[in-house]
Design a protein around this ligand. Structure first.
Ligand SMILES: Nc1ncnc2c1ncn2[C@@H]1O[C@H](COP(=O)(O)OP(=O)(O)OP(=O)(O)O)[C@@H](O)[C@H]1O
Ligand SMILES: [Mg+2]
Length: 250
């Protein structure tokens, strides 16, 4: 599904990612943990193709295709979904309209007609019920005045609607109350299949009780310094990052 080879990336001349290697296969869930500023959000932005980052070396390959010259829009049409650590507000565009546009853009890129209104409504109903999202919420302006937790839940709703091949969730759990965490995690679990993959960025082991990862990676200073199974998250919770920092040969 996704291969990252010796990826180096900089922003404003400062190198942030310093040689990342990662392979995510279809059907897998990978968790990425690591201290503040270690490059987790940068890695997700680079995978999504955000233009403020310069890839100076290495490759991001999605389903065998090198994404170097592929725009962020095309990447999303190819099935990459990135949830933001800090979602943007779009006044005047309702959640529903935003979703309709996103879905139909994706269809257009695949040479398909717009989704018939009836099917769209059915899809919206199905997915919002799955994530226990209040109907009233769907007619509000995207993210405007949404509480932190509502923004995060709304992002999972977008993911549920778009059914991406590769979903990257950047701290989707932060700011969620216990119920919302469970609902969001259940949503992700329901959407998981043998054909898609998830990268979860999180600071908390707690999320990984709900969404059990196949692999856990620790990012430190722009490199993956340790990888393991789900037990690595528990070990980190117990020992903190100093343990890794001291162990890591940088
Ligand atoms: N646009 C930018 N301009 C300058 N520096 C940046 C920019 N984006 C990221 N950085 C720097 O890159 C480093 C990595 O940032 P990043 O957001 O990837 O960290 P993170 O691992 O996601 O941290 P957190 O856990 O706090 O979310 C930080 O030192 C940050 O200041
Ligand atoms: Mg971050």
């Amino acid at each position: 599904m996704l291969q990252i080879k010796n990826l180096h990336a900089s922003v404003e001349g400062k190198e942030i990612l310093k040689g990342i290697n990662l392979e995510v296969k279809a059907g897998e869930v990978h968790a990425i943990m690591g201290p503040n500023g270690s490059g987790k959000s940068t890695l997700s932005s680079v995978i999504a193709g955000k233009e403020e980052f310069d890839v100076t070396e290495g490759q991001v390959i999605l389903q065998g295709e090198d994404l170097e010259d592929v725009s962020p829009e095309e990447r999303s049409h190819k099935g990459i979904f990135l949830s933001f650590q800090y979602p943007v507000e779009i006044p005047g565009v309702s959640v529903t309209n935003f979703m309709k546009t996103a879905i139909n853009e994706g269809r257009k890129a695949r040479g398909l007609e717009d989704m018939p209104a009836k099917d769209m409504l059915k899809l919206i109903r199905e997915k919002s019920e799955m994530l226990e999202i209040d109907r009233k919420f769907l007619s509000r302006s995207l993210n405007q005045g949404f509480s932190g937790g509502e923004k995060k839940r709304n992002e999972i709703f977008q993911m549920a609607m778009l059914e991406p091949k590769l979903a990257i969730l950047d701290e989707t759990d932060s700011g969620l109350d216990i119920d919302a965490l469970r609902i969001v995690a259940n949503g992700v679990n329901k959407l998981k299949s043998k054909d898609n993959a998830v990268i979860l960025i999180t600071h908390y082991q707690r999320l990984l009780d709900y969404i059990v990862p196949d692999f856990v990676h620790v990012l430190h200073n722009g490199k993956i310094v340790k990888s393991g199974g789900k037990e690595l998250a528990l070990e980190l919770e117990e020992k903190g990052y100093d343990w890794i920092k001291n162990e890591a040969v940088v």
